[in-house]
Design a binder for this molecule. Sequence first.
Ligand SMILES: [Zn+2]
Length: 100
Amino acid sequence: MNAHDDVARFRADDDARIVAASFACPVCLGLDAAARLVLVPDDSEVECSCSGCATEWSVAVDAAQVLRLVLHPPVAPDDAPLRMLPPRTPGAPWSRPRAA
Ligand SMILES: [Zn+2]
């Protein structure tokens, strides 16, 4: 199990602004961050990076929260400036470089 800096506190059916607030910067409380979902069975997390102060942190997410972030990410630029980057799946057979 990985160590996480925080745990996401939103429900799968919450408003996009609530979802984005779960990934607010822990230092400057800025919402303008880049976030990448890292998919690991039973231990997924979101790696975050603040645009304002360059702080990096991670937030643990459960299966329902992963589903919400994949199917309906908070992308409204005015209400939720969080930028969701394409997910990463470390160690998955389909993510390895292909043999030549
Ligand atoms: Zn910050």
